[in-house]
Design a protein around this ligand. Structure first.
Ligand code: SF4
Length: 358
C-alpha cells in the first residue's frame, strides 16, 4: 500500500452499466462536477469485464466494488422488504448498495451520491414509496440525488446549496424509454445498454438454482452462489454437480474450485469441466462414478466412441492434490436421480420463509 493520495470526486454514482445509471452520471458530469461510478459485484450480478468498454464508450470513470460477502449476508439473513417475482430482493439490494456507497464517500472526498432510478419505472423498487423507504433505510436522505427524476422529487441539500443546478436535472417518470433514448442519442452513444439487466435473481432458472442450494446448505458462501450460477446444475439429494456448457462456463467453474471439491474431466475427448461439491462429508466412490457417467454423456465425441466401440471413457477425478482415473459408460440413465432444479421450488420456499419469519 502506497501513501499516494486517492483521487477525489464531487460525487459517487451507483453504476450498474444499464443505460439509466450511465445517463444519471453524465447528467451530473455535464454540470462540471467530477463523478466516480461504483460498479457493484455480487455472485448474482456484476459485469466488471465491461468496465474498460464503459469508460471508453461512455466517457465515465468506473471502479469495481466487491460486496459479495455483505450481499450474501443480506440474502441469508432475509431481506427486510421481501422478494420480487423470483429471488430479487430489490429494495434491500438498493439499500445495501447505497449504504456501501455512503461508507465510501469519505475516502473519495465525495459530497453526494447519484442513483439512476426513475419513479414508477419498475414495479418493486422504483415506486415512490419504495424510493423513500430506500433513502431512509440507507440513511442517505441528505446526500442522495436521482438526476433522472429529481424534478419530481423534493429538492435536495445539494440543489439548495447550489452545488447542483436543479434546472439542469430531469423530470422523467414511468416506464417510457423515449427521454432516455433521446438523451443517449444526444450524447452520441452508438451502443445502448439494456435498462438494467444481468441480475440472475430476477430469472426463474437463477432463482431455482439458488433456492435449491439454500435448501441443502444452511449458510452457503459467496463462492457457493457463484458456482450455482454457472453452467448446468444437477442435484441428487444433497449431492451437487456443476458442469460447463461453454468454454466461458468452464473458466468460471475453474475459478470457483475449492480444495475439497471433486473436479472431473473427460480424458482423450473434449468434454465439460465438472465440479462435485461435497456439502456433507466425502462422496462414496459409486456416487462419484455415477456423476462421472452423467458428465461423460455430455461429451458428444466420448459418447459416440462408447456407442461405436463399447470402450469405457476415462474421467480424471482430482481432489486437492489427489488424482484418480476412473472408467465409466456415458449415461443419463443413472443410479442416482440427478435433476436440474425446477422453478416450482421457488414459490414454496419463499412461502416457508415468510412463515418462519412469522
Ligand atoms: S434487479 Fe437485481 S440488481 Fe437490480 S435492484 Fe433488483 S436485486 Fe438488485
Amino acid at each position: 500500500m502506497t501513501n499516494t493520495a486517492r483521487k477525489q470526486y464531487d460525487a459517487l454514482a451507483l453504476l450498474s452499466g444499464g443505460l439509466d445509471s450511465i445517463l444519471a452520471m453524465r447528467t451530473i458530469m455535464d454540470q462540471g462536477l467530477s463523478v466516480l461510478g461504483l460498479h457493484f459485484v455480487t455472485p448474482f450480478f456484476g459485469k466488471p469485464h465491461l468496465i474498460p468498454f464503459w469508460k471508453e464508450h461512455y466517457g465515465i470513470e468506473v471502479i469495481e466494488v466487491d460486496i459479495r460477502s455483505k450481499y450474501v449476508d443480506m440474502m441469508l439473513d432475509g431481506p427486510s422488504q421481501g422478494y420480487g417475482k423470483w429471488l430479487n430482493p430489490c429494495i434491500d439490494c438498493k439499500i445495501t448498495m447505497l449504504t456501501h456507497a455512503r461508507e465510501l464517500m469519505k475516502q473519495y472526498g465525495a459530497k453526494f451520491i447519484i442513483s439512476g432510478e426513475v419513479i414508477g419505472q419498475r414495479p418493486m423498487s422504483q415506486r415512490e414509496d419504495a424510493l423513500n423507504l430506500i433513502t431512509k433505510r440507507a440513511d442517505v436522505r441528505d446526500v442522495l440525488i436521482r438526476p433522472l427524476c429529481a424534478k419530481k422529487q423534493p429538492i435536495t441539500p445539494m440543489e439548495e446549496s447550489g452545488l447542483v443546478d436543479r434546472e439542469r436535472l430531469h423530470d422523467w417518470y414511468g416506464r417510457g424509454r423515449k427521454p432516455q433514448m433521446a438523451l443517449a442519442k444526444e450524447y452520441g452513444f452508438t451502443e445502448i445498454p439494456t435498462p438494467a439487466g444481468g441480475c440472475c435473481l430476477t430469472e426463474a432458472q437463477g432463482a431455482a438454482r439458488f433456492v435449491k442450494l439454500l435448501q441443502e446448505k444452511e449458510r452457503p458462501s459467496p463462492n457457493d452462489f457463484s458456482l450455482a450460477r454457472v453452467g448446468r446444475q444437477y442435484w441428487a439429494g444433497n449431492h451437487w454437480l456443476t458442469f460447463g456448457r461453454t468454454a466461458d462456463d468452464n473458466a468460471q467453474i475453474g475459478a470457483c474450485i475449492e480444495p475439497t471439491d471433486y473436479v472431473l474431466k473427460t480424458q482423450g475427448f473434449p468434454g465439460p469441466l465438472a465440479v462435485c461439491r461435497p456439502l456433507d462429508g466425502p462422496w462414496e466412490p459409486e456416487v462419484i462414478k455415477d456423476a462421472a457417467a452423467l458428465v461423460a454423456s455430455y461429451s458428444t465425441k466420448a459418447r459416440r466412441h462408447f456407442d461405436e466401440t463399447g470402450e469405457l471413457i476415462v474421467i480424471r477425478v482430482k481432489q486437492g492434490d489427489s488424482v484418480e482415473d476412473i472408467s465409466v459408460a456415458p449415461s443419463r440413465d443413472n443410479a442416482l436421480p440427478w435433476a436440474e432444479p425446477m422453478a416450482e421450488i421457488v414459490k414454496g420456499w419463499k412461502k416457508d420463509q415468510l412463515e418462519i419469519d412469522g
